[in-house]
Design a protein around this ligand. Structure first.
Ligand code: SF4
Ligand code: SF4
Length: 259
């Protein structure tokens, strides 16, 4: 009697408002991608193939933030046909750099930037996917780290929790033996409040972290901001430092830290 073969789990990759850099991280996995392709059926990945298999999907990876009403509708449809949904990157987990609109006048941007502003149909905010649907896991970074991405995919496909620690970049500096740029050189650095995952690349090259992985699991801006002031930053500099790829997430932390 023939043994019935189990169908491979299906993987779908989706894009909302984003630069595609996080999807490129998956393509950049090269050797591992071939192994992965042998373990799963890549059912929807328009950056790699126009061949699309209809849902439902066992695991969906979503890149990008919600910036239009159509995005919001689409992400609800993606959620409905995904057994597990993981958001990848600063855009999808925090609204991305496009969340700078949350602090500005979108109508003014529309009038100033576009020759035909009437063609632009956009929301006044850029929000993470988790503001619209339930999310099973958020993988941070701009872009995400390939090792962490493979860990998350493997974990979900084997039914376990991803082993992604949410400590700060400072831990990674200590682990690789990098001398602290703030203590040794007075260089402003967001490492103490930033989620690890990059391997502390920037301090290893003598520059401060600017927070591309977003807030870590325990953020203490009340302690960090006076240090940034001590190292020569005024309030405007601090605001600009916190308002980059994860502007909305750090802004939430800053508000919570304000008495
Ligand atoms: S998180 Fe960064 S790399 Fe990823 S899609 Fe957004 S802008 Fe691009
Ligand atoms: S900015 Fe910070 S989190 Fe981003 S790569 Fe540099 S050290 Fe890592």
């Amino acid at each position: 009697m023939d043994t019935p073969t189990l169908a491979a789990p299906t993987l779908a990759i989706w894009k909302l408002a984003s630069c595609d850099g996080c999807q490129l991280t998956l393509l950049d996995c090269e050797d591992e991608l071939l192994t992965l392709a042998g373990q799963v059926e890549i059912a929807h990945f328009l950056e790699a193939s126009s061949a699309v298999r209809p849902g439902p999907y066992d695991l969906s990876l979503v890149e990008g933030s919600v910036t239009t009403a159509a995005d919001a509708e689409r992400v609800r449809a993606i959620r409905a046909e995904s057994r597990r949904l993981v958001t990848i990157g600063a855009c999808a987990t925090a609204g991305g750099i496009q969340a700078l609109r949350n602090f500005a006048d979108v109508e003014e941007f529309r009038r100033t930037v576009y020759a035909r502003p009437d063609y632009i149909d956009t929301l006044s905010t850029s929000t993470p996917v988790s503001a619209h649907v339930d999310v099973d896991f958020e993988l941070r970074g701009c872009p995400i780290d390939r090792g962490q991405l493979l860990e998350v995919i493997t974990a979900f496909l084997t039914g376990r929790k991803p082993d992604i620690p949410n400590h700060s970049v400072c831990f990674a500096c200590k682990r690789r033996g990098t001398v602290c740029v703030t203590v040794a050189h007075g260089t402003p650095c967001l490492g103490p409040v930033t989620h690890a995952g990059c391997g502390a690349i920037c301090p290893a090259y003598g520059r401060g972290c600017y927070g591309c992985f977003g807030p870590s699991g325990s953020v203490n801006l009340t302690a960090l901001i006076p240090l940034l002031h001590r190292d020569g930053m005024d309030d405007r500099d601090v605001e600009r430092l916190l308002r980059t790829f994860n502007a909305a997430a750090f802004d939430r932390e800053a508000k919570e830290a304000t008495p």
